[in-house]
Design a binder for this molecule. Structure first.
Ligand code: FES
Length: 139
């Protein structure tokens, strides 16, 4: 077999190998992530800014920098990653004074402990410090 013929044969096989390796698993629309849940910290929020207005109410929350920042029902500011430990989806919100993943229903306490089976790996919780109207979130 001449070199050109060999490469032509190999090229077809290589193309098949690349195609076959992506069958059923290479979708760009999959929102699974493998990011570090603490990336982007620390950051600060100006509570007088209109984008922070949900935090004026106990139970309100915002999502910024892949972080759920909330004001719990006692009036304390709390924060956690929005990256669920169950299947690595950024679907965690704040609901009923706990963190909740809208993907499959994982529930996490304010301290990040899992409250049901999908939440058994816990949630990464961040520190919050309030100085004047500036709320700083850090790892
Ligand atoms: S990805 Fe959050 S509960 Fe499954």
């Amino acid at each position: 077999m001449k070199r050109k013929e060999f490469l032509k044969t190999l090229g077809g096989a290589a193309a098949f190998a690349v195609t076959a390796s992506c069958l059923g698993g290479c979708s760009k629309s999959d929102d699974s992530v493998t990011e570090n849940p603490v990336a982007g910290l620390p950051f600060s929020i100006d509570l007088t800014d209109s984008s922070s207005s949900p935090l004026a109410t106990n139970g309100g929350y915002i999502i910024v920098n892949n972080t759920v920042v909330a004001r719990d029902l006692s009036g304390n500011y709390v924060a956690a990653t929005n990256l669920c430990s169950h299947e690595q989806k950024r679907k965690v919100i704040f609901q009923n004074n706990e963190y909740f993943c809208t993907e499959h229903g994982a529930r996490f306490s304010l301290s990040g402990n899992g409250l049901n089976s999908d939440a058994s790996a816990g949630l990464t919780i961040f520190q919050t410090v309030l100085e004047g109207n500036i709320l700083t979130i850090s790892a």
